[in-house]
Ligand binder design. Structure first.
Ligand code: MG
Length: 396
């Protein structure tokens, strides 16, 4: 019964991680991108965040000359190419290595010095680059600003209104970025500056203070605290409940329960495939996330979701758990009806749920009960479902 299921739409992209700098402002012999932080080399934190993105097609790490083997070891695969003396030269080296890509491919450039990047932020930049051709994470400036004279005294006041700090990753159509680098002046501190010089608007995607660039010695302690806090996962529990009536209209829709087609006289009525079990489970996950419900994510007024396979809804909730750095610990579902009998289909339902959730069957509860002929389920008017989901979630 387990047919392939569609995953949530996510833009395909190629990633370049810049790790060629000498890290001269940090001090010490080891370049900062290779120093241990929260139990692994700084570079590996970014690599793992990118690799967790469903849209990632390929990855290139630009390494210091002479450090290719070391970087390949850190990455666990051959991804390293030699960088140049400046950031711009390093990006150019990556563009040359990726010159086989079509012009409309999406490429994301990220500084290895930002190890706290979240998967959800990477996905947001890739999606924005696909819609707007050029995009970057950025945050509004919160501090007051002064332009400083040569002797270090605070001089001219600078209004922070409409000023944003630009972060990475930055995403572009490959051809657009390659053209900007071919024409660009030396000295640009990031790739959006080069693209903007060509008159291309750059979409700002809200970043976060936690996406810190490890530049000065103190930054290591701040980044390490952020990464360690994320490694502490706290349990969260969400519950879901749903009811669908049997459909008495002439209909060719099948009855679908927990992702499995059940031979039965009547399907359930509903805008989607009316899979009451998956709806309750999906709402339990949205509840654990504290992120609305199935109706806010997939409005029933939207004709795009008509007769939709409810596996799509469930996968969206699963993707949100994963993208936030959490994981599903356990789910438990109760189907409430007089008919059909659930037991003959229970093994198929468990297999389907296990595949959809990417969760071992030992972590899935699936039960059925009647209501002793009482109420609407007892009269055989429809099916109800309850679900509880426990996730482990990085608070803060
Ligand atoms: Mg429903």
């Amino acid at each position: 019964m387990a047919e392939p299921f569609p995953t949530t739409a996510s833009e395909s992209f190629h990633a370049v991680i810049l790790a060629a700098g000498s890290g001269s402002r940090i001090g010490g012999d080891t370049p900062k991108q290779f120093r241990e932080i929260a139990g692994k080399p700084l570079l590996r934190h970014s690599l793992e965040a990118f690799r967790a993105c469903p849209g990632l097609q390929s990855i290139v790490v630009v390494a210091p000359v002479g450090q290719l083997n070391y970087v390949n070891d850190v990455a666990g695969e051959k991804v390293a190419i030699s960088g140049g003396a400046t950031r711009q030269e390093s990006v150019r080296a990556a563009l040359t290595a990726l010159s086989h890509l079509p012009k409309d491919a999406i490429i994301l450039i990220h500084d290895a010095a930002r190890p706290c990047i979240l998967q959800a932020q990477i996905v947001a930049v890739a999606d924005a680059a696909a819609r707007h051709n050029a995009a970057t994470l950025a945050i509004p400036v919160a501090d007051s600003l002064r332009r400083v004279a040569g002797d270090g005294d605070a001089a001219e006041f600078v209004s922070r209104d409409s000023l944003w700090r630009v972060q990475t990753p930055q995403g572009f159509r490959f051809g657009l970025l390659a053209d900007a680098h071919a024409r660009g002046q030396d000295g640009a501190t990031d790739d959006t500056a080069l693209v903007s010089a060509d008159g291309v608007p750059v979409k700002l995607v809200p970043g976060s203070e936690s996406n810190i660039k490890v530049t000065m010695p103190d930054d290591f302690a701040i980044a390490e605290a952020i990464l360690q806090q994320r490694q502490t996962l706290t349990p969260r529990v969400g519950m879901g409940f749903d009811v669908h009536a049997f459909d008495h209209s002439p209909s060719t829709k099948p009855l679908v329960l927990c992702g499995v087609i059940i031979p039965h006289a009547r399907p359930l009525a509903g805008h989607s495939d009316a899979d009451v079990g998956l709806h309750a489970l999906t709402d339990a996950l949205f509840g654990a996330l504290g992120d609305g419900d199935i109706g806010t994510h997939f409005p029933p007024s939207d004709p795009a979701f008509k007769n939709m396979d409810s596996a799509v809804f469930l996968r969206k909730a699963c993707d949100l758990v994963q993208q936030g750095g959490g994981r599903i610990s356990h789910v438990d579902i109760t189907l409430i009806c007089e008919e059909p009998k659930i037991t003959p289909h229970r093994a198929a339902m468990l297999a389907r749920l296990s595949a959809l959730l990417a969760l071992d069957k030992s972590r899935i509860g699936l039960k059925a009960t009647t209501t002793e002929k009482l109420g609407f389920t007892g009269r055989g008017e429809g099916i109800a479902a309850q679900a509880v989901a426990t996730i482990l979630w990085p608070e803060g």
